[in-house]
Design a protein around this ligand. Structure first.
Ligand code: ZN
Length: 186
C-alpha cells in the first residue's frame, strides 16, 4: 500500500468522466487499498480514483467516525468516542446511483481536492446505489444521512463534478478564486 498524491483544483483531471472497470484484478484491488490509505492519511471520509489521477470508476469511503452528532460533545468526549470505533471502510467499483429520494437535506461538505473550503450543499436524503465490491459481489445498498451524501459526492467525482458545482455561481467563484490562488502559490 502507498499514499498517493491527491490532486487539487484547478487540475483539469478532476473534470474527466472516469472509465468503468472491466476486470477486477490485483491492480484494482491494490488501487483500492492505496486510495483508503491516502484517504485516512488526509483525514478524509471519501476519495474517488480521479482525485489521485486514476481514470477508473472506483471510490472508497469511511463515514464511521463522523456519522453522529458532535455538536454537544467536548473534544475529549469526541476523542473518547471515536477511539472505540473500528474502521468501516467501503470500497465501490463501478458505483451507479439507481434511486434518489425527492426529499432533500442540506449538509456541510468539503473535499480533499479543495482542502480548507466548505459549503452547505443540498442533496437527496436517501439513495440506492449499485456497485461491485472487492470480492466481486454485486451489491445494492440503500443509504441515508451522511453516507448518502458521501456516496453522491464521490460518484460525482467520477463524472467530473465537484461539490461546488451544486452551490450558487457566486459562492463557487469565490471559493475557486481563493483556493486556486492558495494552491498555485504553494
Ligand atoms: Zn471530493
Amino acid at each position: 500500500m502507498s499514499i498517493r498524491e491527491i490532486i487539487r483544483v484547478p487540475n483539469p483531471f478532476l473534470k474527466i468522466v472516469a472509465k468503468p472497470v472491466n476486470i477486477i484484478n490485483d491492480s484494482i484491488l491494490g488501487l483500492l487499498d492505496d486510495m483508503l490509505e491516502t484517504m485516512y492519511n488526509a483525514n478524509g471520509i471519501g476519495l474517488a480514483a480521479t482525485q489521485i489521477s486514476e481514470n477508473k470508476r472506483v471510490i472508497v469511503m469511511d463515514c464511521g467516525k463522523v456519522d453522529f452528532n458532535q455538536d454537544d460533545m467536548t473534544e475529549e468526549e469526541y476523542n473518547d468516542k471515536i477511539k472505540n470505533i473500528e474502521p468501516q471502510p467501503i470500497k465501490m467499483i463501478n458505483p451507479k446511483i439507481i434511486h434518489l429520494s425527492s426529499n432533500l437535506t442540506e449538509r456541510e461538505e468539503g473535499c480533499l481536492s479543495i482542502p480548507g473550503y466548505n459549503a452547505q450543499v443540498k442533496r437527496p436524503n436517501t439513495i440506492k446505489v449499485n456497485y461491485i465490491d472487492e470480492n466481486k459481489n454485486d451489491i445494492t445498498l440503500e443509504a441515508d444521512g451522511l453516507l448518502a451524501t458521501c456516496i453522491q459526492h464521490e460518484v460525482d467525482h467520477l463524472n467530473g463534478v465537484l461539490f461546488i458545482d451544486h452551490i450558487s455561481r457566486l459562492k463557487r467563484e469565490i471559493i475557486l478564486r481563493k483556493a486556486i490562488k492558495e494552491f498555485t502559490t504553494d
